[in-house]
Design a protein around this ligand. Structure first.
Ligand code: MRU
Length: 356
């Protein structure tokens, strides 16, 4: 399995995704500030990986604190959570991960639990979230695999794979599960300018797993759809509003319209903690604006004339009306999304589908 991140006695170890596919090197974060830097610089990226990294960052901050009283530790926890929350704004999983550890801390502190016990409990929780992420994505994959044809080509955008999570992946998890079930699936991966997650990361992890993969430039998707080469589109999500609108990597919105025009199913695969019940619609999702340099430079070389204005929104929002289904570890959501999401939020887990 691809080791995206790992809790070690020395700190949290991250596969440096900015160096892929050329180097498999690791960055060890020994305090919470370094975890925040790793998230901000996209050494770790992808909603699920960001969520668990943030949880581990809070746990690391608490574990390494020198505070000797609960009020002093609580003041530090405030700073730790704020620092991590300021790294990236769009993926709701970041705030989910912080809240998981913060809530446990609050409960234990309210009961005057001794600090060493609190430290042990928050570290145990962060490590459990890591295991649960992988287990949830395997369940999600099993649900999603049932939607894919026995044989076909699936187009994906960005990287919603093992690298975007603690393992297995969401959109790529569905593809992996379908292949494990004996389906003959090959993948078209968009390069995903400007950060090239498709070129560098999706192509890397799929080739490593021997999954047949073709890399295309972002502007080629319509051509291949019009030629009947794409059976389904499947992408991940960074935040899904309560009405089903889904924020994902910039370019996802255009793909959804192309898919609709060509009558191709468009699936979003995301664990249930990506659904933000507090955000009623997609236009309220904060969109991260990233550095102009990501657009002006390719591989460290400037490809633009000086003086040209640059825009670099990192995400866009796909309206729910273009989404055929949302695949989660609890089951499959379909339109009308406000109702199906609300029902699933209050429902117990559905049994997993039996592979065909
Ligand atoms: O900017 P990134 O690389 O963190 O963006 C990642 C994506 O947009 C993924 O598609 C998304 O997080 C879903 S997979 C967890």
């Amino acid at each position: 399995m691809i080791p995206t991140l790992e809790w070690l006695p020395e700190g949290v170890n991250f596969l440096d995704q900015t160096k892929l596919p050329f180097e498999e090197t690791y960055v060890l974060a020994t305090d919470y500030k370094q975890v925040a830097r790793v998230i901000k610089d996209m050494i770790v990226r992808g909603a699920m990986a960001i969520g668990v990294s943030a949880a581990m960052g809070v746990a690391l901050g608490i574990d390494r604190s020198n505070a000797t009283t609960l009020p002093a530790l609580t003041a530090e926890v405030d700073v730790i959570c704020r620092t991590l929350a300021e790294t990236r704004p769009t993926a709701v999983n970041l705030f989910w991960g912080i809240a998981q550890v913060r809530d446990l801390y609050n409960q234990l502190a309210a009961r005057n639990t001794p600090i060493p016990e609190i430290k042990q409990a928050v570290v145990t929780l962060a490590r459990r979230l890591y295991d649960e992420d992988i287990a949830n994505l395997r369940k999600l994959g099993a649900f999603g695999a049932a939607l894919l044809p026995q044989q076909g080509t699936v187009l994906t955008h960005c990287n919603a794979g093992a690298l975007a999570a603690c393992g297995y992946g969401s959109a790529l998890g569905v593809i992996r599960a379908a292949i494990e079930q004996g389906k003959q699936i090959d993948v078209f991966a968009d390069e995903t300018r400007p950060f090239n997650q498709g070129t560098r990361l999706t192509a890397w992890e799929l080739v490593k797993d021997n999954i047949p993969t073709t890399l295309i430039c972002d502007n080629m998707a319509g051509y291949f759809m019009s030629k009947g080469r794409i059976s389904a589109v499947i992408v991940g999500a960074d935040r899904i509003a309560a009405n089903g609108d889904a924020a994902n990597k910039i370019g996802t919105y255009s793909l959804s319209i192309l898919a609709k025009e060509h009558g191709i199913p468009f699936y979003v695969a995301a664990p249930f903690n990506t659904i933000d019940l507090a955000t009623v619609s997609g236009d309220l999702i904060p969109i991260e604006q990233r550095s102009a340099r990501e657009v002006t430079h390719v591989g460290g070389i400037q490809v633009t004339p000086n003086g040209v204005a640059i825009q670099n929104p990192a995400f866009d929002v796909t309206p729910a009306r273009y989404i055929t289904a949302i695949v989660t570890e609890r089951g499959i959501l379909r339109s009308p999304y406000p109702e199906s999401i609300r029902a699933m939020a209050g429902s117990p887990l559905q049994p997993e589908p039996v592979p065909a």
